[in-house]
Design a protein around this ligand. Structure first.
Ligand code: NAD
Length: 408
């Protein structure tokens, strides 16, 4: 299997072959094959037992044609530079699809945060900022949370940045806690944005009014999406975390699952419903399958077994390019990550704007601003896909590239 950056470049190769994209020119595509810069750092941390441990960290600034680099920071044992590059590339396109004036960046640390004490985690997070503060800033590069990074971590980082630079706007990091510069609505923003996109396209994709949904991932994105879909009358048939999932044809009771996970650390072993592996979960027959965990979950090995009518990619890069082709040929529509999960960065952008203007918007104001942007992005993506007789991912790429091209 290719690494995520190779997958991202295969997607770019594919769009470059479309008639609509040929006008962009080879030089434009050549430019987008490389990030503006990728930085690797080492972060030495004195552990609680007195030993010194060196962690590897990253920041990739991919493209800032539309505005300051913007993108989350991931803490995961498998995080490495190619993953961060891919995520940064997708961020550049995602901001363009959402119609916000931000460029694309991404960061990370190779670490399993569950193995660190809170004190070690705070030192590591502050260490990442100490090494990178020169390139960060409200008008340069604005990081945010991603997998395993929380509002508390963003608060430590914003605090460290303020200590080093004296900048009091707190606009250099988004996804901060409420009362510490965070925005109302940032927590559920990615799931909610995904729901708005789904709703905008639902009838055009031939989906019924009340859908049966399967979700991979029980973190910020997966869990919030599950809540929002249930609140809007849809049924969650199955959901999973890294240890496995649960499945119930009658629909899951989310509150019971949240309680179980709180007491047991994972969904694994939950007795009220059937237990399924993550592989089995992806193959359940449903109206909408929502990957909300990691890259490369649907590949040429399992794409043929997918029985969903539509896939809503709330994770970044959950499908390989080979899987895309197989699903397209099977008539399964994929609402691509750079559209489907763009609600998160959009509300991060709102947080940044509030910090700079010293304003606090209500949750209603935030959601009222999010909805038209998501509707517009969804409908323009569909339009572009139809114009080029291609699928939604290529439609979203064309939309993004057209917008970036005007500023490059
Ligand atoms: P998170 O750390 O809050 O949750 C990740 C979840 O995935 C956890 O429940 C974990 O148990 C589960 N998981 C891990 N490996 C799994 C596997 N193999 N199968 C099933 N579940 C597994 O992270 P998150 O913020 O919810 O991010 C999830 C995805 O959404 C990532 O791809 C991320 O890049 C993307 N995303 C997040 C945001 C955001 O605002 N947080 C925005 C856009 C995109």
């Amino acid at each position: 299997m290719q690494n995520p950056f190779q997958n991202a470049m295969l997607q770019l190769d594919k769009v470059a072959k479309l008639k609509k994209a040929r006008d962009f020119g080879d030089e434009f595509f050549a430019r987008l094959r490389q990030p503006d810069r990728d930085i690797r750092i080492s972060i030495p941390i004195k552990m609680d037992n007195g030993s010194l441990k060196i962690f590897e960290g990253y920041r990739v600034e991919y493209n800032n044609a539309l505005g300051p680099y913007k993108g989350g920071i991931r803490y995961h044992p498998d995080t490495e530079i190619n993953e961060v590059k891919a995520l940064a590339f997708w961020m550049a396109l995602k901001c363009a699809v959402a119609g916000i004036e931000m460029g694309g960046g991404k960061g990370g640390i190779t670490v399993d945060p569950k193995e660190l004490s809170k004190r070690e985690l705070e030192k590591l997070s502050r260490g990442w900022v100490q090494k990178l503060s020169d390139i960060l800033g409200p008008h340069k590069d604005v990081p945010a949370p991603d997998v395993n990074t929380t509002p508390e971590i963003m608060d430590w980082m914003a605090d460290e940045y303020e200590k080093i630079t004296g900048d009091k706007t707190r606009a250099t990091f988004t996804g901060k806690p409420l009362g510490k510069g965070g925005s109302e609505g940032r927590g559920p923003a990615t799931g909610l944005g995904g729901f708005y996109v789904f709703n905008s396209l639902r009838t055009q994709l031939g989906l019924k009014e009340k859908c049966e949904i399967v979700i991979q991932g029980f973190g910020n994105v997966g869990l919030n999406a599950a809540k929002i879909f249930i609140e809007n009358g849809h049924k969650i048939l199955a959901i999973s975390d890294s240890k496995g999932g649960v499945y119930d044809l009658n629909g899951l009771d989310l509150n019971k699952l949240i309680e179980y996970k709180k007491n047991n650390g994972s969904l694994s072993g939950f007795m009220g419903s059937k237990n399924v592996t993550n592989e089995e979960l992806l193959e359940i027959k449903c109206d909408v399958l929502i990957p909300a965990a990691f890259e490369n979950q649907i590949t040429d090995k399992n794409a043929d077994k997918i029985k969903a009518q539509v896939i809503l990619e709330l994770a970044n890069g959950p499908l390989t390019p080979e899987a895309d082709e197989i699903l397209f040929n099977k008539g399964i529509q994929v609402i691509p990550d750079i559209l489907a999960n763009s609600g998160g960065v959009t509300v991060s952008y709102f947080e940044w704007e509030q910090n700079l203007k010293n304003e606090n918007w209500s949750e209603k104001e935030v959601f009222d601003k999010l909805l038209p942007l998501m509707n517009d992005a969804a409908q323009k993506t569909l339009e572009k896909a139809k114009e080029s007789n291609t699928h939604l991912r290529m439609g979203a790429f064309i939309l993004a590239l057209e917008r970036i091209k005007t500023k490059i």
